[in-house]
Ligand binder design. Structure first.
Ligand code: ADP
Ligand code: MG
Length: 269
């Protein structure tokens, strides 16, 4: 994988208002795979802090993180930390983040707090090729901040019965944010997660989603794989927990497809 020549930092949100669809898993593992060749920053915006835990940062070690940036005008340079994975840094979710959804309401420019915080930390940000925003399972103010700060959105989608209804909610939100707050925002891709090939419904839904969203949908699908669900309890991405597992291999393939798309992308502006 030859790194792309210097382009601006790419900021991508991993968003879907549903919980348990694979946002965090996709963000962590794509970030880990990319960190082999690129400098990546993962910003954990979910009060549950699963991305932080999944990258080995235990709850008691979180200290100041994304809450400080969003609500307290914290400086990115003071808040970003390395992970055990070379080239992968994290802005963890601090315990106070649960309050941000409510506290943001009273703040000026409440939808642009994250964008402003990242802009203020432009020097730190320029040290990264990719910044991934792991969103909480809602379309509240935290996710809105992510969509305003991002250039693109990746929507992990679990192939289940109501998948198409669920995705229309997030795509409508993306359209609204693009019109009102962030004209450059694009739906960059949909990743089908927890796909079970033995399950007809899973295949049917996958076909429906592809029929509707065409090449927005990644060819690579992430299979349901128990190793993926075991990895976070070891504080490791599945890529490091069990490299040979089907779940890990699928994420490596996803990263290759992601980079192929990134290279084909016409730079905005
Ligand atoms: P979200 O961030 O959207 O809430 P997660 O990435 O945390 O979703 O995934 C939800 C749960 O499903 C987690 O326990 C995770 O370990 C598990 N999981 C995610 N992807 C897979 C997969 N491909 N196979 C099996 N379990 C998975
Ligand atoms: Mg999550």
């Amino acid at each position: 994988m030859a790194p792309t020549p210097d382009r601006d930092t790419r900021i991508l949100a991993f968003a879907n208002q549903k919980g348990g669809v694979g946002k965090t898993t996709t963000a962590i593992n794509l970030a880990t795979a990319l960190a082999a060749d690129y400098r990546v920053l993962l910003i954990d915006l979910d009060p549950q802090g699963n991305a932080s835990t999944g990258l080995g940062i235990a709850r008691q070690d979180r200290a100041a993180g994304s809450y400080a940036l969003l609500v307290e005008d914290g400086k990115l340079a003071d808040l970003v930390r390395p992970t055990a994975i070379p080239n992968l840094s994290i802005l963890p979710a601090d315990p106070d983040l649960a309050g941000a959804e409510v506290e943001l309401v009273g703040l000026e420019d409440r939808e642009r707090r994250l964008a402003a915080g990242l802009k203020a930390g432009a020097e730190v940000l320029s040290g990264f090729d990719f910044v991934f925003l792991d969103c909480p399972p809602s379309l509240g103010l935290i996710t809105l901040n992510a969509l305003v700060a991002a250039q693109g959105v990746i929507v992990p989608l679990q192939t289940e019965f109501f998948a198409l209804e669920g995705i229309s909610q997030i795509t409508r939100t993306i359209d609204r944010v693009r019109r009102a707050l962030n004209p450059r925002l694009a739906l960059d891709g949909i990743v089908l997660t927890m796909v079970d090939r033995r399950n007809n419904l899973s295949e049917l839904v996958a076909n429906d989603v592809r029929g509707f969203f065409k090449d927005k949908v990644y060819e690579t699908v992430i299979p349901r794989n128990v190793r993926v669900s075991e990895a976070p309890s070891h504080g490791l991405p599945v890529l490091l927990y069990d490299f040979r597992s089907p779940g890990a291999q699928a994420h490596i393939k996803l990263a290759a497809e992601f980079l192929k798309r990134e290279r084909a992308r016409v730079p905005a502006r």
